[in-house]
Design a protein around this ligand. Structure first.
Ligand SMILES: Nc1ncnc2c1ncn2[C@@H]1O[C@H](COP(=O)(O)OP(=O)(O)O)[C@@H](O)[C@H]1O
Ligand SMILES: O=P(O)(O)OC[C@H]1O[C@](O)(COP(=O)(O)O)[C@@H](O)[C@@H]1O
Ligand SMILES: [Mg+2]
Length: 438
């Protein structure tokens, strides 16, 4: 990676005095602003094993208020849109953005776009909601998404027509990898038209699969919920002869939820994730290991991420969802069937209980930690946006809030490294072996 890869786009020079001091009053000794030359190292390691010759001087801009801003807050209109699948903490983040705009910068004209990108397209007929501090007052305590979300591609021209029609100077996009791609396309169309509308994104997904984000908001809450399902599975497994608790968790291409939930409640004996191949049959296959475990201990817990073992379904063309995401084969029910068949074939009694907490883990209200986190993200997003920064997302990286170009964030998908410390911990906590026959 080169230093220029982390450079943030700007709408133009920031010349207006930031109103924070006028609004809040000067506090001697308190550092009101971040200098434009404050950066955070992208890679804390001295050597990057992928490219050990390159000096590790690549940095992200440190997030926070700047002394000069680009927009005149009294004339600015901003919008917030939430796209893709749900995640705990979305409402808390929306509230944080609205309150920060309102109370810290004096931007009182803030609207909410309903049901993701659909909300920009007139034919869907969704209302535009005026987001006032009174309206968002209590939304952080509820789960789900107050504004609503959607999948499915929409015309970028129509979206930007809508930005123009609504006279928007700023758009905050809350969403995952798909939303970040959409935000890039929107910025391209804005630039083509020579408009001065800023687009700042805040990464959202319980899959935690976005690069250059240490951990997405809501992820921890989702893991907490997933751990409850594992507790249930363990209780069921130990409460019957030869009990097996099988839990399927979300995680399309990245197994972070499954891996973390496994570590959160170390009752799991086998954790299966998309990044790590496994065989079902054979001496080293899952079924043989599960059989050994049942003979030995009389109970077992298996956790499977929805994207694990997809090589099993290569015959089936399952198509894509409205946003273009691959539809997955149902590994949970498939494993349930195959495990039951295996034990039946061996004439061994088995009591398998299958738990799929599914949407429950992502639609719940977020915990305090995620609420605090969304507060920081909302503040950082507003500071960056008011300064005229665009085509970027705010992120927590190595314990600092930073600005990351969207272009860089969507280059790759973040995955569990099968050779990294997270997966090593999972292997150590479960005791599971390498489950591939040579
Ligand atoms: N390459 C792209 N260009 C434009 N819009 C996209 C692109 N990829 C996804 N989108 C749109 O972004 C929105 C969110 O994407 P989706 O994959 O559903 O969720 P997420 O952002 O959570 O990953 C959808 O409306 C989708 O159509
Ligand atoms: O049924 P939906 O809404 O398409 O969502 C299912 C998918 O959404 C996810 O929660 C991830 O969605 P996002 O990429 O939108 O965050 C996956 O784990 C899951 O496969
Ligand atoms: Mg996604």
């Amino acid at each position: 990676m080169k230093p220029e890869d982390t450079k943030i786009q700007s709408l133009g020079p920031a010349k207006i005095q930031n109103p924070i001091i006028t609004r809040q009053g000067d506090s001697p000794g308190f550092r009101h602003f971040i200098d434009n030359n404050e950066f955070v190292r992208v890679n804390p390691f001295v050597m990057d094993t992928a490219d050990s010759c390159e000096p590790r001087e690549v940095t992200f801009e440190l997030a926070g208020p700047r002394s000069k801003i680009y927009f005149d807050p009294t004339k600015l209109k901003a919008a917030i849109v939430t796209c893709g699948g749900m995640c705990p903490g979305i409402n808390s983040l929306v509230r944080s953005i609205v309150l920060q705009l309102h109370h810290i910068y004096g931007v009182t004209n803030v609207v909410g776009i309903k049901f993701g990108l659909q909300g920009f397209i007139p034919k869907f007929g969704h209302d535009i909601v005026e987001l006032t501090p009174t309206l968002v007052e209590g939304i952080h305590g509820r789960g789900g998404s107050y504004l609503g979300m959607s999948r499915g591609s929409q015309s970028m021209e129509e979206i930007v027509d809508s930005l123009e029609r609504l006279n928007l100077g700023l758009l905050f996009m809350i969403g995952g990898d798909g939303t970040l791609r959409a935000s890039r396309a929107i910025v391209e169309e804005i630039t083509k038209r020579g408009l001065k509308t800023g687009v700042v994104s805040i990464p959202k997904t319980i899959d935690n699969d976005i690069c250059f984000v240490s951990k997405t908001f809501g992820f921890q809450t989702a893991v907490e919920e997933a751990a409850q399902a594992i507790l249930g599975a363990h209780n069921e497994a130990t409460g019957a002869p030869n009990g097996v608790g099988l839990v399927k968790l979300m995680g399309r291409m990245s197994g972070f939820v499954a891996a973390h939930a496994t570590l959160a409640l170390t009752e799991v004996n086998f954790c299966l994730i998309p990044e790590v191949e496994f065989d079902l049959e054979g001496e080293r296959g899952l079924l043989k290991h599960l059989e050994d475990r049942i003979r030995d201990r009389g109970h077992a817990v298996v956790v499977v991420a929805e994207g694990a073992g997809q090589n099993i379904f290569t015959e089936e063309d399952l198509g894509r969802d409205a946003s273009g995401n691959l539809r997955l084969g149902d590994i949970g029910t498939y494993l349930k069937k195959r495990i039951n068949q295996h034990f039946e074939g061996k004439n061994i009694e088995l009591n398998l209980k299958y738990i799929d907490p599914s949407y429950l883990i992502r639609s719940v209200p977020c915990n305090s930690n995620d609420r605090i986190y969304t507060g920081f993200l909302g503040h950082a997003a507003v500071h960056a946006a008011l300064t005229g920064k665009t085509g970027m997302m705010v992120s927590q990286w190595d314990n600092h809030f930073v600005h990351v170009p969207v272009e860089l964030a969507i280059k790759n998908r973040k995955k569990v490294d099968p050779e990294g410390s997270l997966w090593r911990s999972v292997r150590e906590a479960t005791g599971q072996p390498h489950m591939v026959n040579e």
